[in-house]
Design a protein around this ligand. Structure first.
Ligand SMILES: Nc1ncnc2c1ncn2[C@@H]1O[C@H](COP(=O)(O)OP(=O)(O)OP(=O)(O)O)[C@@H](O)[C@H]1O
Ligand SMILES: [Mg+2]
Length: 749
């Protein structure tokens, strides 16, 4: 703990150099020391930092910004500061502080002792319980120029885990309250200037015209011009600030939206169509526009209202009452339609969602649609959804037309009525054309905000629906992949399932029933069974995709549920039947953004996956651009790229789920020939329908209807497991017939 009150110590060593010197003598590089210091400081707050999360260009010591990002991404509060010795000595921190030393290393300050003017530092590379040593100002300032990283457990961005709602968004906007205050001040100034301008006109009409005073006219003209300039300036500022607030809120909302999207479990994406997710997420933009647009303007108008109303009352109370009553009638007209509008709106929104799903599905599935000639059916589906959405939209607009139709004459009536009544009053009480004119001009500023308020409530329906829509995505429970949670053991790769029962949510039958088996570390295991027998389900449980199972899944004896989810998945290499290619070069796709990997690793992984040969034949080799669905990569090549991508970080456990089933016999033979090399030093779990590629596995698990039928090497299973024998015979019969028909092909050349 860093606290000014120092504990009573048994021995009082003399202050000297920080223990970093000893560490660097032990052969630890300064950069390493930096990382160790931060990891030790984070550990104090119960967070295990993962080096994979740290991004910094290699070759130089990681800079404070990168380190702070690293800490923050792991769920800590962190800040990089430059401080003097005397700030350090007065620091009241709730944990260790990391000083970044000039040589690229770091010192871990665990305690400060203001009385003796020294800090206590601990060797970052040593065990947690080593005794700290005191360091004085002279020794420390020789090594340290003030760069410091402060960190503590994050009390959480309050809005981080709150449900997505208007309040949540409002709070996001509220973070910019300083700007908001500025915007409001600008608005107030503008209102004042408007009022002043109008009062000047009053003066002109009353005094100048009556007394033919050219001097006053000159003055007033000057004042009007000045007021105009100021108003233009404040108007500019207000718009500028509003833009800034809008952009900042936008940025924050987008960040948070993406964070939540990435945090959702895979089964959410399996339950929901991409089109519908995109459509619902799109509503966030509308809510944000509403908040920084309509709500803001209405609030600003309300400021105007609050200022104009008393002045109007001073000018003429009767007219003020008339204005207010007219405005309220308008509000009532608008509000009376809200209920009906809401009902129609909900129907319209649902129809729009169906429409967008049809569109996205058609674009995504265009290959299937074209190859099966399904265009007419898709067109019909589109026509129908379009017609439905269009119908509801029309109804909605029809409905919205009513309040507008009713309110507009009221507005005209109000301004003309005020004129007529005003004239009548002035006929009775003596002529005062100026005040009536000013009143007319100002009264527009009363009805406008009040009607605006009513429209706000009307739009609220729309927005509440948008919040609900976006909420169905944003408020889904995320996976528990919180950084800093769970164990991060270094895996050897032993896997065990003990009496695992699992059924998919909503499914009637069990996908896995009393499944038990052991896979020793470093061994290779095949997983076979008919389609739907639960092979992929086993791999999904292992990756922590589905976590609501009964029984135990253990890796190296640790319960899967106690392991940090991100760490777990990073320790695996997984290749599925279909793999996504990101837009970028071949090299980028294989590295996939993992830190600290170079072209040498890429080439090694590509060679292991049997991809090297075709990559080198590509026009720009490893720098060839590819993307999802790009025609320059065939199905088999793409599969080999995926294998290389899974292998590059040298995972302890490799899962291949039908990874080679899309390959042509030649590429499959290539990968299979490499499998022995790929498997070297790791645990392999291979799901395959082609039993011939599994014969060399250490053991094969036979599944049927979610149950383990037998476990053993190929030879034993052929003899004793009927299910396996049947599968084997089916395939070899086919292969036998091939062998007689085309002996050359069987040799695999
Ligand atoms: N996401 C899911 N949601 C609901 N049920 C699922 C899901 N995935 C699989 N199932 C069901 O679980 C059972 C086992 O499926 P699994 O995908 O594990 O089979 P598999 O052995 O991998 O089959 P295949 O060889 O066809 O890939 C099947 O009955 C399947 O319908
Ligand atoms: Mg499967």
């Amino acid at each position: 703990m860093v606290s000014p009150d120092s504990r009573i110590r048994r021995s009082e060593p003399r202050p000297g150099a920080p223990p970093v010197a000893a560490a660097s003598r032990a052969g630890i590089s300064p950069t390493e020391l930096r990382l160790l210091a931060l990891m030790a400081a984070a550990r104090h707050h119960g967070v295990e930092l993962d080096r994979n999360d740290l991004r910094f260009p290699g070759g130089q010591a990681p800079q404070p910004a990168a380190l702070v990002d690293w800490l923050r991404s792991s769920g800590l509060w962190a800040r990089g500061v430059t401080m003097h010795w005397k700030n350090l000595i007065g620091l009241q921190a709730s944990g260790p502080v990391v000083l970044l030393l000039k040589n690229g290393g770091a010192a871990l300050v665990v305690r400060v002792d203001a009385a003796r003017d020294q800090v206590w530092t601990r060797d970052p590379a040593a065990e947690m319980d080593t005794e700290p040593v005191p360091v004085d100002a002279a020794a420390m300032t020789a090594l340290w120029d003030g760069q410091t990283i402060l960190l503590r457990a994050d009390r959480g961005n309050a809005y981080d885990n709150e449900p997505f709602s208007l309040i949540w968004l409002g709070r996001l906007v509220w973070q910019d309250r300083k700007l908001m205050v500025a915007i409001f001040s600008a608005s107030m100034m503008m209102t004042i200037l408007t009022i002043v301008g109008m009062l000047l006109i009053w003066v002109v009409i009353d005094r100048v015209v009556t007394f033919r005073s050219y001097n006053t006219l000159g003055m007033v003209t000057l004042l009007v011009v000045v007021a105009l300039l100021f108003e233009a300036y404040f108007g500019f500022m207000r718009r500028q600030l509003t833009l800034v607030v809008g952009r900042r809120v936008d940025g924050r909302v987008n960040l948070e939206m993406f964070r939540r999207l990435l945090g959702l479990p895979i089964d959410f994406y399996e339950r929901n169509q991409a089109g519908s997710i995109m459509y619902r997420i799109g509503h966030i933009g509308r809510v944000r526009d509403f908040l920084t647009g309509r709500v803001l303007t209405t609030l600003l108008d309300a400021v105007t209202l609050a200022m104009v109303l008393p002045i109007l009352y001073l000018i003429n109370p009767t007219l003020t009452w008339i204005t207010l009553i007219a405005a309220i009638v308008m509000v009532l007209v608008i509000l009376s339609f809200i209920g009906t509008v809401r009902r129609v709106y909900l129907r319209y929104a649902d129809a729009e969602m169906v429409k967008s799903t049809v569109l996205v599905e058609s674009v995504r599935g265009i290959r299937t649609i074209k190859s099966l000639g399904l265009e007419p059916q898709r067109r019909e589906a589109w026509d129908n959804s379009n017609a439905a959405a269009g119908g509801w939209k029309l109804e909605l607009l029809d409905l919205a037309n009513w309040p507008q139709t009713l309110v507009h004459p009221l507005e005209i009536l109000m301004s003309n009525g005020i004129l007529l009544i005003g004239v009548y009053i002035s006929l009775q009480q003596g002529p005062d054309a100026g005040s009536i004119m000013v009143f007319m001009m100002l009264s527009g500023r009363v009805s406008q905000p009040i009607v605006g308020l009513a429209r706000l409530m009307e739009e609220m329906e729309d927005i509440r629906n948008s919040v609900r829509m976006a909420g169905t995505v944003m408020n889904e429970p995320p996976e528990d992949a919180r950084p800093g949670m769970g164990l991060r053991p270094r895996f050897a790769g032993a896997i065990s399932f003990t009496k695992v029962n699992f059924s998919y949510p909503g499914a009637k039958t069990c996908a896995l029933e009393e499944v038990s088996f052991e896979i020793p570390a470093g061994s290779s295991t095949g997983l076979v069974g008919r389609s739907g027998s639960g092979k992929s389900t086993i791999t999904r449980l292992l990756q922590g995709i589905n976590r609501e199972y009964e029984g135990y899944v253990k890796i190296d004896g640790s319960d899967l549920r106690s392991i940090n989810l991100t760490h777990l998945r990073r320790s695996f290499g997984v290749v599925l039947q279909e793999n996504f290619l990101f837009r970028g070069t071949v090299r980028d796709n294989i590295i996939a953004g993992r830190p600290g990997l170079s072209l040498i690793d890429v080439v090694r992984a590509a060679r292991l996956a049997g991809a090297e040969e075709f990559i080198e034949r590509m026009p720009a080799g490893y720098d060839t651009m590819i993307e999802e669905g790009s025609p320059n990569v065939s199905g088999g090549q793409r599969q080999r790229l995926a294998i290389a991508r899974a292998l590059i970080h040298d995972p302890r456990i490799l899962i291949l789920d039908e990874a080679t089933s899309a390959l042509d016999p030649e590429s499959e033979a290539l990968v299979n020939a490499n499998i022995a090399r790929i498997a070297h030093g790791r645990t392999m779990l291979v799901v395959s329908h082609r039993l011939s590629s599994l014969t060399e596995m250490d053991q094969i698990i036979v599944l049927d209807h979610g149950q383990v039928m037998d476990v053993g090497p190929h030879r034993e299973l052929v003899d004793r497991c009927p299910v396996y024998r049947q599968l084997w015979l089916q395939q070899t019969r086919y292969m036998d017939s091939q062998r007689t028909a085309a002996p050359l092909l069987a040799q695999g050349h």
